[in-house]
Design a protein around this ligand. Sequence first.
Ligand code: DGJ
Length: 413
Amino acid sequence: MRVPSFLSVSSYCPRRGLPVAAALAMLLGVVRAGAASPPDAIDSGTVWFDRDGRPVNAHGGGMLFHDGTYYWYGEIKQGQTTLPDYNASWGGTRVPFVGVSCYSSTDLVHWKSEGNVLPVDPVVNDLRSDRVVERPKVVYNAKTGRFVMWVHIDSGDYKEAKTGVAVASSARGPFRYLGAIRPNAGVFPEDMPEPMRREFETARQDNLMEAWVQKHPEWRTWARDFSAGQMARDTGLFVDDDGTAYQFYASEENAVLHVSRLSADYLSHTGKYRRITFDSREAPTPFKWKGRYYLVTSGCTGWMPNSSRIHSADAIFGEWKNHGSFFAGDTGAASVSYLSQPAFVAALDNHRLLFMADRWNKDDLEDSRYVWLPVDGSSVIPCVEWRQVWAMRKLLSSSAPGGAASKLSAVTP
Ligand code: DGJ
């Protein structure tokens, strides 16, 4: 696989990636880590089965730990994959929307299907089968006792770029859909330079924003979605230790990632938001580790894999720094994230971190697989090293090196 040179960035992870040939052989199943996998094995890229013997169908997902149980939510990819004419130019293959799945487990290996918790609904516009409903993330609001799901809602051509919210009184659903929006309409971001903010505020009052943009074309991105609200595609959720929730989403035609503070009930946006990365990142997966905020992202190459990167900040509304590859090495297969795209970083009950990613099959989306890896939290910057087969039991029984991450329920959806 040819790797574009712009994807090669340095990595803080100490180890080197596998050479391409070895990695691809392994990914194709030529080399396996032993004939028989232990019963608690995580074997990335193979088909995972639930307790009923059906393939686990939970893509672009997220994890919630609640009352001693892990819940894994994800997109149900089911049915024939097609490439609509309107997406042909960029390879945007699709399956009909069927719903959002939920699975439960206490050992992160054996998963019980809890069913379809946000099913297709022909009378709800956003939940019709022709809609895009992707990357569901669920958090628990301790104040309201409700489970809140935020999800990317879109038209089949991805032009609507909205975020939708649903609520449930049980982690097992069903979720009641409340609607979708482009967030933060009529509000400028926190990071807008002060002189520009003053001029825009004045122009806004006089209905002269378009005139200002023509005078300063470089300001267009700041003004473009001001009235209609910000575009919101790939989404990630994060609940800080104080219970405040934030949504990360790919905005401005995926060129810029935003972070936005949610209301106390987690059901709406507060108008406080910031633009945090500017180099076309998506699949934002936030987490907190040793008091610092991290974000793993992918590049924007549709269903095709690319280099996952890790960013960090000392405050959510602070300056976010790109540290380069999240995968050890960033050469060969590491530079395409071992054919995966980030979905979620889960802080486990023992404070260890689990990286969850999708290995998409763009020609048969139902046959997409999962890549799960333990995060090395002892590195200067957290990172992942490739392992084909590894024991979840060991990750669950080991203690966190050099400090603890916040609990899953207080860190990630
Ligand atoms: C990349 C996104 O991360 C996925 O969730 C999905 O929207 C694909 N693009 C569609 O091509």
